[in-house]
Design a protein around this ligand. Structure first.
Ligand SMILES: [Zn+2]
Length: 138
């Protein structure tokens, strides 16, 4: 399987799971996607970031991951290094600017870490009202 197509398939699979009202599958896909990115030592490319953001719903785990990935990469100068890069992303992803600023404020502008290393439930759809599919399996 090609690297790019693996990422693309995860994003498409995530969005399809949402349309089919399968939040546990969304969460499972997020976990595997983030683990796969980490194992492969890859970042989502700009075009995939844009597609993932624009095809996912506000507040979803995928959008959170995209927003945090962009914030982290901008801070660490990893492929998103300039204000022009950020401007391009804000233009291509309506809503990103607000989510980005809200995320920065939530970190007090200092405590930001690799989004792939965060608690995976952060990117899950289950919220506090429903058990994580990982717990439900036990
Ligand atoms: Zn969870």
């Amino acid at each position: 399987m090609l690297k790019g197509s693996s990422q693309w398939n995860c994003v498409r699979g995530y969005c399809l799971a949402r349309k089919l009202c399968l939040p546990d599958l969304q969460d499972n896909i997020m976990d595997h996607f983030i683990a796969w990115l980490g194992r492969s030592n890859l970042w989502m490319g700009k075009s995939l970031l844009v597609e993932a953001y624009n095809s996912s719903e506000p507040g979803s785990g995928l959008r959170k991951f995209v927003t945090r990935t962009i914030a982290y990469r901008f801070r660490e100068n990893v492929g998103i290094a300039s204000a022009a890069d950020m401007h391009e992303l804000f233009v291509r992803m309506p809503g990103l600017c607000q989510e980005y600023l809200e995320f920065l404020k939530s970190t007090n502008f200092i405590a930001m870490k690799d989004p792939g290393l965060a608690d995976q439930c952060l990117y899950h759809q289950h919220g506090i009202d429903r058990k994580c599919y990982k717990v439900a399996e036990d």
